[in-house]
Design a protein around this ligand. Structure first.
Ligand code: IPD
Length: 277
């Protein structure tokens, strides 16, 4: 019996390539920048155009499917995960990088059915790296199998996280304190590439050993979650419990030992949920 979600994934890879081409071309031109929720939350006309391109391309073939897209949600669409086949889309993950032409910019799409992630596609379009993962079938970069480093010792690890300004002093100070805590374990280093989906793929292919973040969204995580899981990585909630796509937080790692150590070391702060804001 043919795999209906594999057909969706093939369609997804096609539209993701087209989206990457649009982003690369836009990066050669002037970029008009707009603010969303704060002076450090940026959006461009390209984010909106690419999301429309992706959704209309998918809707042509799958008109009954549901969508959660970063820019559609910003424009007032609901952000609630149902049992329907659902495409979770970040048209440009790394918008600040895009604006600065810092070369980690990705298109990230995850696809869920009955709230389970069936596949993920992350296209790091400046590097021209297409990460793909279908549930139970492994993870790939440009068609070649990838796997996590397998590192178990956090003191031999590169850990990724992102540092974003927050006007809430408690949240901001806790974020900085967490960085200090992880650095003083000590680890080999902390890095911040600036695209959550790329971060997840860097762990998936063994270039980094872990990534943690509080305050991201389901569209930042859905594509990469499939890739890192299929590459043999561990994904969990910041508390050490089960990963929840709508929780706005995650730890991923090359091994359970490292993920659990990060969960033990860092302090949580409240970031709300995607489905209740
Ligand atoms: C952002 C990136 C970045 C993270 C931000 C996200 P966006 O996504 O993933 O790494 O630090 O929290 O909002 O807004 O460029 O799609």
């Amino acid at each position: 019996m043919s795999d209906p979600w594999q057909e969706c994934m093939d369609h997804c890879v096609e539209v993701t390539k087209k989206a990457g081409q649009v982003i690369r071309e836009a990066m050669q031109k002037d970029i008009a920048v707009m603010q969303k929720s704060s002076p450090v939350d940026l959006v461009t006309e390209t984010d909106q155009r690419v999301e429309q391109l992706i959704i209309s391309y998918i809707k042509e073939k799958y008109p009954a499917h549901s969508f959660i897209g970063e820019e559609s949600v910003a424009a007032g669409a609901p952000s609630v995960l149902t049992d329907d086949p659902t495409w979770i889309i970040d048209p440009i993950d790394g918008t600040t990088n895009f604006v600065h032409r810092f070369p980690f910019v990705s298109v990230s799409i995850g696809f869920t059915v009955k709230k389970e992630i069936e596949f993920g596609v992350v296209y790091s379009c400046i590097e021209d790296k297409m990460y793909t993962a279908r549930k139970g079938k492994g993870a790939f970069c440009n068609g070649k199998p990838i796997k996590v480093s397998g590192q178990e010792d956090i003191s031999r690890s590169i850990v990724l996280t992102e540092m974003n300004f927050s006007a809430d002093p408690e949240r901001f100070n806790t974020m900085l304190a967490n960085v200090k805590t992880i650095l003083t374990i000590p680890v080999h280093g902390i890095r911040s590439p600036g695209s959550a989906a790329v971060n997840m793929c860097l762990v998936a292919c063994g270039s980094a050993d872990a990534y943690y973040h509080m305050g991201i969204h389901c569209w930042d995580m859905a594509g990469g979650a499939a890739v890192v899981t299929e590459a043999g990585g561990v994904i969990m909630d910041i508390s050490g419990g089960a990963f929840d796509l709508m929780s706005r937080r995650l730890i991923i790692a090359s091994s359970r030992a490292i993920a659990e150590r990060i969960a033990k070391e860092i302090t949580e702060f409240n970031v709300g949920r995607d489905d209740t804001e």
